[in-house]
Write a new protein. Sequence first.
Length: 167
Amino acid sequence: MIKFKKLAHLMAGFSLLSACASVEVNRVTDYQQEGIRYWRPAPYLALQRITDKNKNSVCTFKVLTLPDKSEEYAITIKAGLGAAKVTPTLYEGWRLDSLSTEIDSKTAENLNAVANLIKSVAPEGLVTPSASRSTAARSSADGCSGIYRVNYGGDGRISGFTRMQLG
């Protein structure tokens, strides 16, 4: 019975050791939430009436991409027992343009270490040797004055514009 408890403790330890390196991107739901923050972009149109040198009035527009403050996300890096190299590219400090990741969870090294530990305390015949395999997981990981927000319908098409009130 004692050997079974010892083996159960080792297996529980193995499950704790098996925490792999990872990168998570989650919507921010709490002000205290950790991680590198960014917002999803929202398209806007800035309209302005200008008069040319011939006194002709023309409506001009410019497309703006501004942060949607209701769509805040956080990138969290969890190293675990492996190594995680994460390089986010934030345009103007708020918009995620790219996320490059290299994750090495050290899976083979961790499994070999735990197997050797189990062999050293397990009763004879309970653990049988097997051929070892070396694997490593890697992954390398868009009127004629004012600002208008572009609205989308349920089908993803533009459904209208909302004039933004400044101030």
